[in-house]
Design a protein around this ligand. Structure first.
Ligand code: ZN
Length: 292
């Protein structure tokens, strides 16, 4: 039903978008026998409190959109039977180090950070999903496969980058950039509850089906399931930067300083975006790969 509502709401662009092969309707209560989730999912809504996210003069607040999607994702995952932990469940500031500590305090957990993107170039648009450790790639692949496949916006790919929250977590960790709030079309989508719900459901599906991600080491799993999710190729941004994501100067500065830098003690950052800002502020930059 939700999907139906969504389709109506966004009929024009959604239908016009090349969609992947049909997938089953969103299951809200039916959990396949062998996938009773024992995993804890730590959901991290980016930014919060004084940290609004995004770039200066951005009209739609990123922190608010992040929390909306995160709370919907919590509901989706809870319906699947997952235990969900939120790093924040209201408009409060939570330091990056705290977010990571929460994630790392659970064994057999996964960590999913929800963000929206921003760029000075207004036409920049699309969905991208970040990971850092190789153990996180299947999760990134699955989430990206569903979110990018289900969204009426371009697929900007899976990207590897050393955001603090991805680098410092010891469990599989992924950061989803759910579209550009600096793009008029995507900002409109982001403010619709149908679209927020759609994003949450696609992220949830990716989490649930991450074990179906194809890889060379899962040949027998492939034999056992008709469904597979392709392992996504990724853009390695640990050394390369997308010009769209190189924002205003004060935010993009980074350096080759050691990865110890200031991360754990940052007071002003709640995610990758603000990590960059705060590192600049302190004149003590994070590693080259922490921007955005
Ligand atoms: Zn952000």
């Amino acid at each position: 039903m939700r999907r139906f509502v969504f389709t109506l709401a966004l009929a024009g662009s959604f239908i016009a978008t090349a969609t992947p092969a049909p997938r089953p309707q969103t299951p809200t209560a039916v959990i396949p026998e062998n996938s009773q989730p024992s995993t804890v999912v730590v959901i991290d809504a980016g930014h919060g409190g004084f940290d609004r996210g995004g770039i200066p003069r951005q009209l739609v607040q990123e922190k608010t959109m992040n929390l909306d999607v995160a709370q919907r994702l919590k509901a989706v995952l809870t319906a699947y039977g997952y235990r969900v932990v939120m790093t924040r469940d209201s408009d409060v500031f939570v330091p990056l180090g705290t977010r990571v500590a929460i994630a790392n305090s659970y064994r057999d957990a996964i960590f999913v950070c929800i963000h929206f993107n921003a760029a000075p170039r207004r036409s920049a648009n699309g969905i991208e999903t970040y990971f850092y450790s190789s153990q996180s790639l299947p999760l990134a692949s699955a989430i990206h496969y569903y979110v990018a496949g289900g969204a009426p916006t371009p697929n900007r790919g899976v990207r590897r980058r050393g955001f603090y929250v991805l680098r410092k977590t010891t469990i599989p960790a992924v950061l989803v950039e759910c579209g550009f709030l600096t793009n008029a079309t995507e900002a409109n989508y982001a403010q619709s509850s149908a679209y927020q719900q759609k994003l949450a459901e696609e992220i949830g599906r990716g989490i649930r089906e991450r074990s179906l991600v194809a890889s060379t080491s899962t040949a027998n799993r492939l034999a056992a399931n008709n469904t597979t999710v392709p392992l996504q190729p990724f853009i390695d941004q640990t050394h390369y930067r997308d010009p769209d994501l190189v924002r205003s100067k004060h935010r993009k500065r980074s350096s080759k300083s050691s990865s110890k830098s200031t991360s754990a003690t940052r007071k002003h950052s709640s995610d990758s975006d603000s990590e960059k800002r705060s590192s600049t502020r302190k004149k003590k930059s994070a590693p080259a790969q922490t921007e955005n």
